[in-house]
Design a protein around this ligand. Structure first.
Ligand code: XUL
Ligand code: CO
Length: 437
């Protein structure tokens, strides 16, 4: 059954188009900095929000009208939904998608039955991937919805929860390999705490690291060479998530000897929940060599929770693309729309408007970032700001030629610092506006 019979393939029509079912900025074949837009973004649609989300919030059930919701939860319904999902993605033109094991197939009465259900749906996913050429950006396992994970999965005080999660990720890795997935993501789920009085934090961190090492080892054993990611988020569902932000994740990876095996999958609304901008998280991860992939969305300025809205701000997307271009772009990662339409957007075609808007916002962000970089003015101003490090005592410090004693001698002779210059923040902002506006 066609899910969107009245919608045809979304095409690029250019900035003057008023067709709501066309791209105004995203032109997959357009070259920017020597690379096509399609290759810059590697856009990905998420199965969970787009094909399983109904719009429920803590105050009421979802009111979304979705063709695939006629399905009643059987494996056959899940397989039928696969066809509809790929119809959507084929019409949208995204080259990638991502899913959790439990998004695509229902759980059975036993682990064996659950795995069998998953295999049946994976066969359908594989068929559709081959038919359409749409690929799996990354796979993942849902280690947070089932009540067995109420206290966490690998960080649960119940060792059986760890064991079940291990079995689940083993299967998810096999499935990701089977589908040619280019990565595998660990988002913390309930790996965190609600109350420190009842928590052995050190033991939980040790278990989390042990779990990730087991995943890395198993991937090697079965020949899965995709990139592993860890996805920072500071809270929700727990009060404190262990993978709280880029800096905390990188510290954890380094402390437990995992830094060679995982990069970060950064998400905008997680960054803002952590009190950072996405720009900050991307700069931090990029500068440390951990920028892997991004989950593209945005929060609401007036709501303090993870609303996962589609990104529409050119400032946001330009900042993301400035960082991404600076650190060399994606290799295995992509722009994954971990985003949902709002509860009131209940019509099926709202899913198209949301993704078209997000893809166009990123395309425009790329054009803005590339223009800023091509002109070089902003870069030059930053370089100038640090010019005291290019010669004299600055270059000597960077070159390892000084210590506290020699710097004391230098200052005793000089007397005081060369007067500091203006940071010119407003000027920097005005220059950025030249490209955005
Ligand atoms: C939750 C979240 C997840 C991960 C995958 O906030 O972002 O959907 O992206 O588990
Ligand atoms: Co995410």
């Amino acid at each position: 059954m066609a899910a969107f019979p009245e919608i045809s393939k979304i095409e690029y029509e250019g900035p003057d188009s008023k067709n709501p079912f066309a791209f105004r900025h995203y032109n997959p074949t357009e070259m920017v900095e020597g690379k096509s837009m399609a290759d810059h973004f590697r856009f990905s649609v998420v199965y969970w929000h787009t094909f399983r989300g109904g719009g429920a919030d803590p105050f009421g059930p979802g009111c979304a009208r979705r063709p695939w919701m006629l399905a009643d939860g059987t494996v056959n319904d899940a397989i039928e939904r696969v066809g509809m999902a790929f119809e959507f993605m084929e019409k949208l033109g995204n080259p990638y998608y991502a899913f959790h094991d439990r998004d695509v197939a229902p759980e059975g009465d036993s682990l064996a039955e659950t795995n069998k259900n998953l295999d049946a749906v994976v066969a359908a996913l594989k068929e559709q991937q081959e038919r359409t050429g749409i690929k799996l950006l990354w796979g993942t396992a849902n280690l947070f919805s089932n009540p067995r994970y109420v206290h966490g999965a690998s960080t649960s005080p119940n060792s059986d929860a760890f064991a079940f999660a291990a079995a689940q990720v083993k299967k998810a890795l096999e499935v990701t390999l089977e589908l040619g997935g280019e990565g595998y993501t660990f988002w913390g789920g309930r790996e965190g705490y609600q109350n420190l009085y009842n928590t052995d934090m050190k033991r939980e961190f040790d278990h989390l690291a042990k779990f990730l090492h087991m995943a890395v080892d198993y991937a090697k054993e079965i020949g899965f060479t995709g990139q592993f990611y860890i996805e920072p988020k500071p809270k929700e569902p727990t009060k404190h998530q262990y993978d709280s932000d880029a800096a905390a994740c990188i510290n954890f990876l380094r402390a437990y000897d995992l830094d060679q095996h995982l990069k970060l999958n950064l998400e905008t609304n997680h960054a803002t929940l952590a009190g950072h901008s996405m720009h900050h998280e991307m700069e931090y991860a990029g500068s440390q060599g951990f920028l892997g992939s991004i989950d593209a969305n945005t929060g609401d300025e007036l709501l303090g929770w993870d609303t996962d809205q589609f990104p529409t701000s050119y400032y946001l997307t330009a900042q993301c693309m400035l960082s991404l271009l600076k650190y060399g772009g994606f290799t295995t990662g992509g722009v994954n729309f971990d985003a949902k339409v709002r509860r009131e957007s209940m019509e099926p075609d709202d899913l198209f408007h949301a993704h078209i808007g997000g893809m166009d916002a990123f395309a425009q962000g790329l054009k803005i970032a590339a223009a800023i970089r091509a002109d070089g003015e902003l870069d030059q101003m930053v370089k100038d700001r640090y010019r005291s490090w290019d010669s004299g005592v600055g270059a000597e410090i960077e070159g390892g030629k000084h210590d506290f004693k020699s710097l004391e001698a230098y200052m005793l002779e000089k007397g005081d610092v060369t007067p500091c210059e203006s940071g010119r923040q407003e000027l920097f902002e005005n220059i950025v506006n030249r490209y955005v506006g």
